[in-house]
Write a protein that binds this ligand. Structure first.
Ligand SMILES: [Zn+2]
Ligand SMILES: [Zn+2]
Length: 187
């Protein structure tokens, strides 16, 4: 069995950054501006970054004694579904990112866990996990099309926005009315 096979990063992958041009001298800085296509499954079930849509990286890479510090912003668009009315949601996001990637064999690399501090592989940095964390953490678990979305009429399923004020189903069978009162108390 191969010993802990290190996954090799491909510098041609959109979220892999090559730091060859960044001097390994603390304080040295390079900017990185790049538009890449969003990877698959970036987001949550109800709202996500559409695969292949533009993901804009606006970052600066700074050499520190133990590695490279990546900071800046990631921007892009989101597509999802309102949890109350099921209407499509499209919006943009702009999230900060700040992460240290330790040089292989640095003290930091040896004294921290993989999930605390990122790892460099040679001169390469895989930004995907950091981008994923930054984006996913800002997503609402219950996305809504707007904060005051009234949702759908529980009885006819029509969006309450599209119904006249005071819309109701008062003339229905009294047994349904009992059910309605039940669902009201549950809310
Ligand atoms: Zn809605
Ligand atoms: Zn109705």
């Amino acid at each position: 069995m191969p010993k802990h096979s290190q996954s090799h990063l491909d510098p041609r992958q959109p979220l892999v950054v090559d730091t060859t041009k960044l001097p390994r001298q603390p304080g040295a800085t390079r900017t990185l501006q790049r538009v890449v296509s969003a990877p698959v499954d970036l987001g949550l079930e109800l709202i996500q970054v559409p695969q292949g849509s533009d993901l804009e990286l606006d970052l600066s890479l700074t050499s520190v004694s133990e590695g490279v510090y990546v900071s800046g912003a990631v921007r892009g668009s989101l597509a999802g579904e309102c949890g109350r009315c099921l209407n499509p949601i499209t919006e943009s996001f702009d999230v900060p990112i700040a992460e240290l990637f330790a040089y292989a064999d640095s003290t930091t690399e040896e004294t921290t866990d993989d999930d605390e501090v990122g790892r460099m592989q040679g001169d390469l940095i895989d930004l995907e996990p950091a981008v994923r964390d930054a984006v996913v953490l800002t997503l609402p678990t219950n996305p809504v099309c707007r904060p005051d979305c009234p949702g759908l009429c529980p009885e006819c399923g029509v969006h309450l926005d599209d119904l006249p004020a005071g819309h109701g189903h008062e003339d229905v069978d009294p047994r349904w009315a009992a059910l309605r009162n039940l669902s009201k108390t549950e809310e």
